[in-house]
Design a protein around this ligand. Structure first.
Ligand SMILES: Cc1cc2nc3c(=O)[nH]c(=O)nc-3n(C[C@H](O)[C@H](O)[C@H](O)COP(=O)(O)OP(=O)(O)OC[C@H]3O[C@@H](n4cnc5c(N)ncnc54)[C@H](O)[C@@H]3O)c2cc1C
Length: 400
């Protein structure tokens, strides 16, 4: 006899999959979790900025209070175009966003967030399998692994990252943007306090961001052309500290790299379709953004929170998890935010990464435009979350 299909099968093993599994464990739906066989995990010293609405969601799910170290709140975001000013008296950081209460965002270490998600999760553990085929017949999705074992469900949710295998198996397209940039990632210490401020300099090779993790400690994400990133990383931590000091300036006193320097190739892409019959994409599988806005995981949180609302509504109407209305409603709720953030991050990165001289007046105009009051206020609201997407969990309320 064929085994009864699960309501939902979740595929993936990153932060999105962990958070989705936690949401499903509260939902009342039956589900199974499929992850890849565990290889050597890549060291992840990155931090993630989580916006205010995302913090409320993680609090409702019990994650926020279970983190082994508190998040560092950001109250100011300071942005500049180009390197530090050469002339005395010239103003640095001409663009600033400030919010006292609530904080604009919170910086957490990825490892701390991942451990907290593991600590509060009480559902089935991921099965280690390699899915090699996807098929939808009637209202059943069938996933088959490399050993020929089938897994049946009404709805599959793929959170298997920007190079998603499930997305390819279901023939959903990804349109890559060729940015040819790699992010240099590390931790650093400073001589002067960061004052709960996130800094971003738009340099001609790519954006340089320093996020505070404590008074005199921060994390670095420095995007630059691939070759330059590899060369600088190979030169070692002291060379990165020196280059950083020159490019960032002396505003934070002496800056010293305090951890390994890691490289993250950047592969932003746009997915025109984020659902197919019996399949929903979430997290980087559905939208791979340039990290300059620190929004990739915040979008993933919105995916999960909107899906929770869709599932809740379907259940109250007596519909199965694979009902077409869930995919339609999920697409409708996610489309605007994904398209706008993809467009903004791509165009800002392109415009501000042009070599000096080329398009300089357009770049100047773009930068001045960002500071125009109505747009500036709107950007602040978007940065704090819950503007382009307003699911129940973003208000700190569990929908189930
Ligand atoms: C340098 C950098 C800085 C960033 N900073 C921020 C920030 O400050 N704020 C923010 O919101 N976002 C930020 N982001 C984006 C954020 O890190 C990502 O959006 C987020 O980690 C995506 O998580 P994910 O689980 O969707 O994908 P991934 O982290 O890619 O995880 C995918 C998972 O799926 C597993 N997998 C792959 N294939 C399969 C398969 N076939 N079957 C089963 N499992 C599979 C993988 O093993 C992996 O565990 C940053 C990104 C970068 C590169």
């Amino acid at each position: 006899m064929t085994k009864k299909p699960e309501d939902i099968i979740l595929i993936g093993g990153g932060l999105t999959a962990k958070c989705l599994a936690l949401m499903l464990s509260h939902s009342g739906y039956s589900y199974r979790w499929l992850g890849l066989p565990k290889g050597a995990a890549r060291r992840d010293s990155r931090t993630t900025s989580i916006h205010h609405a995302g913090m409320k969601m993680l609090s409702a799910l019990g994650v926020w209070d279970n983190m082994s170290e508190p998040a560092c709140s950001i109250h100011t975001i300071a942005v500049a175009k180009g390197g530090p000013p050469h002339k005395t008296g010239q103003k640095d950081w001409p663009l600033r966003w400030y919010n006292d209460t609530p904080a604009m965002a919170h910086i957490v270490r990825n490892t701390v967030l991942s451990d907290a998600l593991d600590a509060v999760y009480r559902g089935p553990a991921p099965l280690e399998v390699d899915i090699t085929s996807f098929d939808r017949t009637g209202d059943i999705t069938r996933l088959t692994d490399a050993n020929g074992t089938d897994y049946h469900c009404h709805l599959a949710v793929a959170c298997d990252g920007s190079a998603s295998t499930i997305r390819s198996l279901a023939r959903l397209k990804a349109v890559p943007f060729s940015v040819k940039q790699t992010a240099l990632v590390s931790l650093l210490t400073t001589d002067r306090p960061l004052h709960q401020t996130a800094y971003q300099r738009f340099l001609s090779g790519g954006p340089l961001a320093i996020m505070p993790t404590a008074d005199y400690e921060g994390s670095l994400v420095w995007s630059m052309p691939d070759e330059a990133a590899h060369k600088l990383a190979e030169a070692g931590a002291a060379a990165v500290s020196a280059a950083l000091q020159t490019s960032f300036g002396d505003g934070l006193g002496r800056i010293t790299i305090s951890d390994d320097v890691l490289l993250w190739p950047l592969k932003p892409a746009f997915m025109p379709m984020i659902t197919a019959p019996g399949l929903i994409l979430a997290g980087d599988a559905a939208h791979a953004l340039h990290p300059l806005a620190g929004m990739g995981f915040n979008l993933a949180l919105a995916d999960i929170a909107e899906l929770a609302d869709c599932l809740k509504t379907a259940r109250s109407r007596g519909l199965s998890a694979g009902h077409l209305s869930i995919q339609q409603s999920y697409t409708a709720k996610r489309r605007a935010e994904i398209i706008s953030l993809t467009a903004v991050t791509q165009s800002v990165n392109w415009l501000f990464s042009q070599p000096d001289g080329l398009l300089s007046s357009l770049t100047e105009l773009g930068f001045v435009g960002l500071g125009a009051l109505p747009l500036k206020n709107k950007l602040k609201q978007i940065a704090m979350g819950g503007q382009l997407s307003r699911p129940t969990l973003f208000s700190g309320i569990m929908p189930f």
